[in-house]
Ligand binder design. Structure first.
Ligand SMILES: [Zn+2]
Length: 143
C-alpha cells in the first residue's frame, strides 16, 4: 500500500522539525565554543575594569519596542559580546558588539552609541526583522 499524501507530508514536517532542532543545538554549542575561545575580559583587556552595555531591542512589528536590558561585563566574564537575536527561529543572526568594543578599548574610549541590524534569516523572510540600539560604557583601570 502506498502512503497517503497526508502521512508523507507529516513525516516530512517532523524531519524538518528535527533538522531545525539540530541546528539550534549546534548553534548553542558553537556559541559556547566561541565564548570559550574568546577568553576572559581580564586576560584580553587587562586595562578594563567594567563594561556596561545598554540595549533596546526593536522588531519590525506593530509594537516595535520589544525590551531594553543592561548587561554588565565584569573582567571575570568572557570577552564575547555577541548578543542573540530575540527571534528564536532566526538563523545565523545576532548582534555582534565585539568590533565596537575592541575599537573602543584600543582608543580608550569611554562611551559609544549606535545601532545594529540583525543579518540573520527568518521565515517568512524579513530583511528588517530585528534591530537594536546600543550604548556602551567602559571604565578603565587607573594606570
Ligand atoms: Zn535575527
Amino acid at each position: 500500500m502506498r502512503g497517503s499524501p497526508f502521512i508523507r507530508r507529516g513525516s516530512l514536517n517532523s524531519k524538518d522539525a528535527m533538522a531545525h532542532k539540530q541546528n539550534y543545538v549546534e548553534r548553542i554549542e558553537r556559541n559556547r565554543q566561541l565564548k570559550l575561545e574568546a577568553g576572559l575580559i581580564s586576560e584580553r583587556f587587562p586595562d578594563v575594569s567594567d563594561i556596561i552595555v545598554q540595549m533596546t531591542y526593536y522588531q519590525n512589528a506593530a509594537n516595535p519596542v520589544l525590551m531594553s536590558r543592561t548587561i554588565h561585563f565584569w573582567p571575570s566574564r568572557h570577552a564575547y559580546f555577541n548578543m542573540d537575536c530575540m527571534r528564536k527561529e532566526c538563523l545565523d543572526g545576532g548582534f555582534d558588539l565585539t568590533p565596537v568594543i575592541i575599537q573602543m578599548i584600543k582608543h580608550r574610549k569611554k562611551l559609544a552609541e549606535g545601532k545594529l541590524r540583525c543579518a540573520g534569516s527568518v521565515t517568512p523572510p524579513a530583511a528588517d526583522h530585528a534591530n537594536i540600539s546600543y550604548k556602551i560604557s567602559i571604565t578603565y583601570k587607573k594606570k
